[in-house]
Ligand binder design. Structure first.
Ligand SMILES: Nc1nc2c(ncn2[C@@H]2O[C@H](COP(=O)(O)OP(=O)(O)OP(=O)(O)O)[C@@H](O)[C@H]2O)c(=O)[nH]1
Ligand SMILES: [Mg+2]
Length: 215
């Protein structure tokens, strides 16, 4: 019988239909996969101060390229496939006036990605204030927070320890937030990853960490 299949496939291939069938079957398998592949259409918010790199991250995840982004005034939303996740990401402006819109987007959220410019030490206290506000919001209670310390391609960037300390994500004994969550001293899963979006470094591991809470 196999020669019949070989003959049938060679006809399909010559008509250019084989790749179409294979790719569509692959898509269907991905949608159906019981292991969680593409199962969740999670809603995630990209938040953080202006100039942190949120829109750059969104464009990189969507198109795998950097674009020169203007400061975001109106929220952008994109469907993203990141690793095994299908996400609906909302990139909100971080400028003080744009931050007023954040509250309109915090219902039924599955995760927050909070981006911090790791070079801009002067603004760490402001970033901490905004992060603390979000962490204490009732609507966001219990949902995972991924904190990205961005721009580590720059020599002046803060280290992970410095950033964690500045954001209050380490207790006075140096226990980090993951351990604090395990001890249930903080209310949600939260982890800090250092990255450089423009150099495509660090954020893949970060989304891998996040995926355990979303699939
Ligand atoms: N060196 C460096 N610069 C970066 C990186 N990611 C983003 N930038 C730059 O940081 C600046 C701000 O990036 P945006 O993505 O517009 O920042 P944003 O958080 O969306 O800012 P708002 O829309 O104003 O809230 C841009 O000039 C980016 O090119 C990075 O990994 N390294
Ligand atoms: Mg932006």
């Amino acid at each position: 019988m196999s020669f019949v299949w070989d003959w049938f496939y060679s006809i399909l291939a010559s008509l250019g239909m084989l790749s179409w069938i294979v790719s569509n079957e692959y898509v269907l398998q991905r949608e159906r996969c019981p292991s969680g592949l593409y199962r969740k259409n999670a809603k995630i918010l990209f938040l953080g101060l202006d100039n942190a790199g949120k829109t750059t991250l969104l464009r990189m995840l969507k198109d795998n390229r950097t674009v020169s982004a203007e400061p975001t005034i109106h929220p952008n939303s994109e469907e993203l496939i990141v690793g095994q996740l299908k996400l609906r990401a909302f990139d909100l402006g971080g400028h003080e006036t744009a931050r007023r819109l954040w509250g309109d987007y915090t219902t039924t959220v599955d995760a927050v990605v909070f981006v911090v410019d790791a070079i801009d030490r002067q603004r760490f206290p402001e970033a901490k204030r905004e992060l603390d506000n979000l962490l204490s919001s009732d609507e966001l209670r219990g949902i995972p927070f991924l904190v990205l310390g961005n721009k580590i391609d720059m020599p002046a960037a803060a280290s992970e320890e410095e950033l964690k300390y500045a954001l209050g994500l380490q207790d006075t004994y140096g226990k980090d937030v993951k351990e604090l969550y395990d001890d249930r001293q903080v209310a949600c899963p939260i982890e800090v990853f250092m990255c450089s979006v423009v150099r495509r470094m660090g954020y893949k591991d970060a989304f891998q960490w996040l995926s355990q809470f979303l699939s």
